[in-house]
Write a protein that binds this ligand. Structure first.
Ligand SMILES: Cc1ncc(COP(=O)(O)O)c(C=O)c1O
Length: 350
């Protein structure tokens, strides 16, 4: 019996041909593939502009730079997410302020965000955690307080909120193409999108040493560019994304779970996480049945050692502390078959 993995990167002949063609062209960087990939991605999610870059983490760092965030500034982030959401803030010298998450949808809690806004707050990074869009109240809160909203959409390609796709909800959005994500590029990769026309031109500049067309560096940037071969693979994968997202949604319907989805949204089902009072036992049951399962994310970000000096290191974010170690991710990706789903369901029913 084959093991059912938590994620399975897609690869076919078309991806292979596109990769070889990009390599054979001799144009390995700064060519048409990356340019077209950015334009196609922006069109697909409804953003004003998009630029491919080297990773989701690079995209988050770039977002902080684009918003002019630095020392003395605060950025509110959820306590439960992949650590890069928070470290992108620290890497530009600003302070991440950790907010609790919603008990039902596990995204950043709008009430806690509003309670933590100070005159130093420059932005909120909302994470569409596991593919579940964050609350639409975040946009209202950010507008009311005149601060930027950044989407960490690393797990949310294809998600939408009130009919607006992830990538076009915030001022800036950051996607990851890490191999386990809903689409990938054959290696590391990311995408930065923006809905703001005043930032559109700066996106391209920032991933290329802050240089303008005359090759003068007019702001601080570095080389975050995506290679042509990765962009060529990404362009092929983007064409499948709509279909993959529907298959993920169908799988999530067929799998027997009670994880909630936000009413006004479309979940992208990057992960199907199940809240379990006995996560260790559940994971063992899945593993014994040849199915990969694991806890996402067991340690709230403020409690990581990297934040040992942070004033919130010992603070309890009540919901994060209560459930972060109890969320068990199980396979929901588009490569699982009906037989696989039956195996998953039989573990869930015992
Ligand atoms: C929520 C979240 N943010 C940021 C990242 C960082 O993306 P990358 O691994 O491409 O740097 C990830 C990827 O794991 C993620 O899941």
């Amino acid at each position: 019996m084959d093991r059912i993995p938590l994620a399975k990167p897609f690869w076919d002949e078309e991806c292979e041909k596109a990769a070889i063609a990009a390599l054979s062209s001799g144009r390995w960087v700064k060519g048409p593939q990356a340019k077209n990939f950015g334009e196609e991605f922006a069109k697909w999610c409804g953003a004003a502009a998009a630029v491919p870059c080297q990773s989701g983490s690079a995209a988050l760092w770039a977002a902080m730079r684009l918003l002019g965030i630095g020392p003395g500034d605060e950025v509110i982030v959820p306590g439960m997410t992949f650590i890069a959401t928070a470290t992108s803030v620290s890497l530009v010298g600003a302070t991440p302020i950790f907010a609790d998450i919603e008990p039902d949808y596990w995204c950043i809690c709008p009430d806690d965000v509003e309670a933590k806004i100070t005159d130093k707050t420059k932005a909120v990074i909302g994470v569409h955690i596991f593919g579940q869009p964050f609350s639409s109240r975040l946009r209202e809160i950010c507008d009311k307080h005149g601060i930027a909203l950044v989407e960490d959409a690393a797990q949310a390609h294809g998600a939408s909120l009130n009919g607006i796709k992830a990538g076009a909800i915030g001022d800036i959005a950051c996607f990851s193409f890490f191999p386990s994500k809903n689409m990938a590029v054959g290696g590391e990769g990311g995408m930065i999108t923006t809905t703001r026309h005043d930032l559109a031109q700066r996106l391209t500049r920032l991933v290329d040493h802050g240089r303008n067309d005359q090759l003068e560096s007019i702001e601080l940037g570095t080389n975050l560019r995506m290679s042509e071969v990765s962009a060529a693979i990404g362009r092929i994968q983007l064409k499948h994304l709509e279909n993959w997202t529907s298959v993920r949604r169908q799988n999530a319907i067929t799998i027997n779970h009670s994880t909630k989805t936000r009413p006004e949204s479309e979940h992208a089902w990057h992960q199907l996480c199940i809240l379990s009072d006995n996560p260790g036992e559940l994971i063992s049951k899945f593993n014994d049945a040849g199915i990969d399962a694991r806890v996402h994310y067991p340690i709230p970000c403020n409690r990581h050692q990297v934040y040992s000096e942070h004033h919130q290191h010992e603070n309890s974010l009540q919901v994060c502390d209560e459930i972060a170690h109890k969320l068990v991710a199980i396979p929901v990706h588009p490569s699982i078959t009906m037989d696989d789903i039956q195996r998953i369901n039989s573990v869930l029913s015992h």
